[in-house]
Write a protein that binds this ligand. Structure first.
Ligand SMILES: [Zn+2]
Length: 285
């Protein structure tokens, strides 16, 4: 039983692992890391300079949880086990046997997985058990929101505008509506000069592969109220926590549960009314 194995067996199509699974939208308030892992904070989200180790993985692992998983593996494998916990975005599980020692690498989402999933993980690593691989695969699908961005953001982020500070609005929303669980990044979009009057304007966007929310710089004006920018940010934060659903084979960006949750925003009606009244002025700006 030497050699290597890896989960997933085949390379997934691009973006497959970014999907957090339509069914698990209700649980998508879970933080993106396991409870047994602490993610090294992104320096761009940190007001003060802190010295943290560079390179991957950018996580601190709860040693007790790691040891517990090692014990499960050793009991089943009846040989010593070396276990690394990863923050990979493609390879969720891999293992190999070297000089009688099982060397396993698993994504941190497995550290606090339910017992049945951990048991399946062990059976999968030890016996390449087919049924176990289904349980493990489903767990990975449902926990896509714990996998880090597949493409690091390369452009510098600007959150402090001339009038509005996106980061402080983002943090207030994160605290008020998401238990602080949203670890997306945010930035003002690039300023482009419109040659002709605009006919449409995209006030906010969310890039899942970068985990980045972009807000149109046209909103960085004194006459744009804070509650309206907050509404735009809140909408994009919902895209971060509620992946597009695939009901009836069609991709729905704003499924009913998304819209229901959007209405929970405190100034929802007020923001919509402001948008209706001012969209013309925004288009001319
Ligand atoms: Zn949207």
């Amino acid at each position: 039983m030497a050699g290597q194995m890896a989960f997933p067996f085949a390379q997934p199509p691009p973006g497959r692992l970014m999907r957090a699974g339509g069914k698990s939208a209700a649980s998508s308030l879970w933080p993106r890391v396991s409870r047994a892992v602490v993610r090294v904070p992104d320096p761009r989200h940190h007001p003060i300079d802190i010295d943290l180790p560079a390179g991957q993985p950018q996580i601190f692992v709860h040693e007790g949880a790691r040891q517990a998983l090692i014990r499960r593996l050793e009991l089943a494998q009846k040989r010593p086990v070396l276990l690394s916990v990863t923050d990979n975005f493609r390879q969720m599980i891999s293992s190999s046997l070297r000089e009688g020692i099982l060397q396993a690498r698993v994504h941190h989402m497995f550290l606090d997985a339910p017992a049945v999933v951990q048991e399946a993980l062990v059976r999968y690593v030890v016996n390449q058990d087919r049924a176990a691989s289904l349980v493990v695969g489903q767990y990975i699908d449902e926990n896509g929101h714990r996998i880090r961005a597949s493409r690091p953001v390369s452009t510098p982020l600007t959150t402090q505008g001339k009038t509005h500070d996106l980061l402080s609005l983002f943090q207030k929303l994160n605290h008020a509506y998401f238990n602080g669980a949203v670890d997306a990044l945010i930035t003002w979009g690039k300023r482009t000069r419109a040659r002709k009057a605009r006919r449409t304007i995209k006030l906010g966007s969310y890039s899942a592969i970068e985990r980045l929310i972009r807000i149109h710089p046209v909103l960085d004006l004194p006459w744009v109220p804070r509650y309206f920018i907050s509404y735009v940010i809140y909408h994009e934060m919902l895209h971060h926590v509620m992946p597009a659903s695939h009901g009836n084979g069609r991709r729905m960006l704003h499924p009913p549960q998304f819209l229901a949750r959007e209405r929970l925003f405190r100034d929802y009606e007020r923001a919509l009314a402001w948008e209706t009244a001012h969209v013309g002025r925004l288009l001319r700006t």
